[in-house]
Design a protein around this ligand. Structure first.
Ligand code: FES
Ligand code: FES
Length: 159
């Protein structure tokens, strides 16, 4: 049994220690925001935060996580009260199919928490690991600029 702290709640998980976090989030906890894209650390669809840093949950075994804070997109806000990064993505209509968007939001959240006023180069380099097959990158970049200009992004693990 492994205890995971996800979005501020402790969960006792009965799974093998090498089980990827992504599988536990989706299959055990019903948190379906993080997506399975490649399973190889090459697309970013599965991105979540661990202690505020963006990680590929498809490559993160749960054995590494006791005592650490996991945040998923469900922990940033709700449909009725989206967080500032989520709201910026909505305002800029950054999603086309939406498959990549939870991962994009989580990586942007981590970027803006550590660098509230990033340069264009910092945004592009920071978002580099995440891919969008629909090609909405320009709207995603606009959403991140909007979020940076609107309000300071809190460290998600402080929620
Ligand atoms: S599913 Fe994790 S990086 Fe692609
Ligand atoms: S909106 Fe479809 S993959 Fe990004």
């Amino acid at each position: 049994m492994i205890t995971l702290n996800v979005n501020g709640k402790a969960h006792a998980i009965d799974a093998e220690p090498d089980t990827p976090l992504l599988y536990v989030l989706r299959d055990e906890l019903g948190l379906n925001g993080a997506k399975f894209g490649c399973g190889l650390g090459q697309c970013g669809a599965c991105t979540v935060l661990v202690d505020g840093a963006a990680v590929f949950s498809c490559l993160t075994p749960i054995a590494l996580l006791p005592g650490r804070q996991v945040t998923t997109i469900e922990g940033l806000g709700t449909v009725d009260a989206p967080g500032p990064v989520q709201q910026a993505f909505i305002t800029e209509q950054a999603a086309q199919c939406g498959y990549c968007i939870a991962g994009m939001v989580m990586r942007a959240q981590a970027l803006l928490a550590r660098s509230p006023n990033p340069t264009e180069q910092e945004i592009r380099e920071g978002m580099n690991p995440n891919l969008c097959r629909c090609g909405t990158h320009m709207r995603i970049l606009a959403a991140i600029r909007r979020a940076a200009a609107s309000a300071p992004v809190q460290k998600a693990d402080a929620r």
